[in-house]
Design a protein. Structure first.
Length: 131
C-alpha cells in the first residue's frame, strides 16, 4: 500500500470515526471464543484503542478497567490508536493471512509432488502452522 493510499484510507476513517472521547476495546480472538475462554479462566489479549493525541493517563483507566473485566489483562492489553489498529488489522487480515494460506498450499503441494500421501501432507502442513 502506498503512503498516499494509506493517508487516504486514514482520512476516510477519521471523517466517520472522529469522536473526541472514543476508545475502542478489541479482543484478539474471534468473538465466539472470547466468552468461552473467559469462563474457562483462559487467557485472551486485547487492544485498547484511542484517537491520536488522546490522554490515556487522564481517561484511559475506564478503558483498561473494561479490558480487565473482559479478561484481556490476563495476557496483556496493547495500547494503540484507533487509526493504527484499523490499518494494521486490515493489513493483517488481508495480507498476512493471504500469505499464510499460500504458504500452506505450497508446503502441501511440495510434499505431494515429492511423493508423500496427500492426507499426510495436508495434516503436516496444517498441523505445523498451529505451532
Amino acid at each position: 500500500m502506498s503512503v498516499q493510499r494509506n493517508e487516504l484510507l486514514t482520512t476516510v476513517i477519521w471523517k466517520y470515526l472522529s469522536v473526541p472521547m472514543l476508545f475502542v476495546l478489541r479482543q484478539k480472538l474471534p468473538g465466539s471464543a472470547v466468552r468461552s475462554e473467559y469462563l474457562a479462566g483462559q487467557r485472551s489479549s486485547g487492544s485498547a484503542c484511542s484517537p491520536s493525541g488522546w490522554n490515556w493517563k487522564k481517561h484511559g483507566q475506564r478503558g483498561l478497567a473494561v479490558c480487565k473485566a473482559m479478561g484481556f489483562t490476563r495476557v496483556g492489553v496493547q495500547q494503540t490508536t484507533v487509526e493504527e489498529e484499523t490499518i494494521t488489522d486490515l493489513l493483517g487480515e488481508h495480507c498476512a493471512w493471504g500469505a499464510i494460506v499460500e504458504l500452506l498450499k505450497t508446503v502441501y503441494e511440495v510434499m505431494v509432488e515429492g511423493g508423500y500421501d496427500e492426507e499426510v501432507a495436508f495434516y503436516e502442513a496444517v498441523n505445523e502452522s498451529n505451532n
